[in-house]
Design a protein around this ligand. Structure first.
Ligand code: C2E
Ligand code: CA
Ligand code: CA
Ligand code: CA
Length: 279
């Protein structure tokens, strides 16, 4: 039994070792990708349900690893958050998207809003507000074209910091959206505590609205609540016409999902926007 035990231990150790060294390598590569500006951005349009016009784009970080190919943000964003790298990613993503959209003359008339995903650590020091404003410095006039999407979980991790920074940014016009709405325990208190203009109904609720009466009622209730509180609502993860029809019947104004458009690079976004306005 003793030798079996030590054998087991050895197996565990080497598996753990392999796991740990994979992560170490990924972290090492991520640092290099950030330093060498190898991350890129994808844009996913959002639409108004009433006239099908573009209401905005969500900016999503992309990492094409030289050997491993596309690494999903669900992998590298948490890694960046754990190792103090997220603000350099946020800075890069914001600056890149703003520059690309302005250069292509897409912002304002063609795309009235650009939304960025932000993390708790983007709010945790004295210079956070200044860093956001610096990233947005090329935008003329007020900043109401910009929206920050934050999740309940990240908002509550650092409530005081988030509040302070959001108050500064709100004065400049920046919009605030509560992402993945409904998936945490504290959706309602987050709404009470932070200056929020928009809810994004999480795709896990949207997925089954056409087939599951309970999920359908939940979404209906969220929409009624948002309307009573004067909040804009975007439903995310819309993949079918049935889902879209139900959302429209219940008064949802905006949608985002594969049914309408997938995340895309700048060139595709340009053609997408031009085709839309030509048709
Ligand atoms: P999220 O903010 O909830 O973003 C929505 C995710 O759903 C995106 O995945 C998008 O590609 C995907 N999606 C959009 N429409 C559909 C649909 O119709 N069906 C399905 N099944 N999926 C859809 P993505 O790009 O892989 O991003 C995953 C998550 O990574 C994001 O979730 C966000 O939490 C995080 N993330 C992405 N970019 C950034 C960033 O620049 N900064 C931060 N802090 N987080 C980011
Ligand atoms: Ca988001
Ligand atoms: Ca979301
Ligand atoms: Ca999500």
């Amino acid at each position: 039994a003793k030798s079996m035990g030590s054998n087991r231990l050895r197996v565990y150790k080497s598996e753990y070792g392999e796991h740990a060294s994979k992560r170490t390598k990924l972290l090492f590569d991520l640092k290099a990708a950030i330093a060498n500006k190898k991350l890129s951005v994808a844009y996913q349009p959002q639409f108004k349900l009433d006239d099908q016009s573009i209401s905005g784009v969500e900016v999503l970080a992309r990492w094409h690893h030289p050997e491993a190919g596309l690494i999903p943000p669900d992998i590298f964003i948490p890694l960046a958050e754990q190792h103090g790298l997220i603000s350099s990613i946020t800075d890069f993503i914001m600056q890149t998207a703003i520059r690309e959209l302005l250069d292509a003359d897409l912002l304002y008339q063609r795309i009235p809003r650009v939304s960025f995903n932000v993390s708790a650590a983007d709010f945790n020091n004295q210079t956070s507000a200044q860093r956001f404003l610096h990233n947005l410095a090329d935008l003329p006039g007020d900043l109401s074209v910009v929206e920050l999407e934050l999740t309940e979980t990240s908002a509550l991790l650092n409530l005081e910091g988030v509040k302070k920074v959001l108050n500064v940014l709100r004065e400049r016009g920046v919009q605030v959206s509560l992402d993945d709405f409904g998936t945490s325990y504290s959706s309602l208190s987050t709404l009470r505590l932070l200056p929020i203009q928009e809810l994004k109904i999480d795709q896990s609720f949207v997925r089954d609205i056409a087939t599951n009466a309970h999920d359908a009622r939940l979404v209906k209730t969220i929409l009624a609540m948002a309307s009573a509180l004067n909040l804009r609502v975007v439903a995310e993860g819309v993949e079918s016409h049935q889902q879209a029809r139900y959302l429209e019947q219940q008064g949802c104004q905006e949608v985002q999902g594969f049914l309408y458009a997938k995340p895309m690079g700048l060139q595709s976004l340009k053609s997408f926007v031009h085709n839309l306005s030509a048709s």
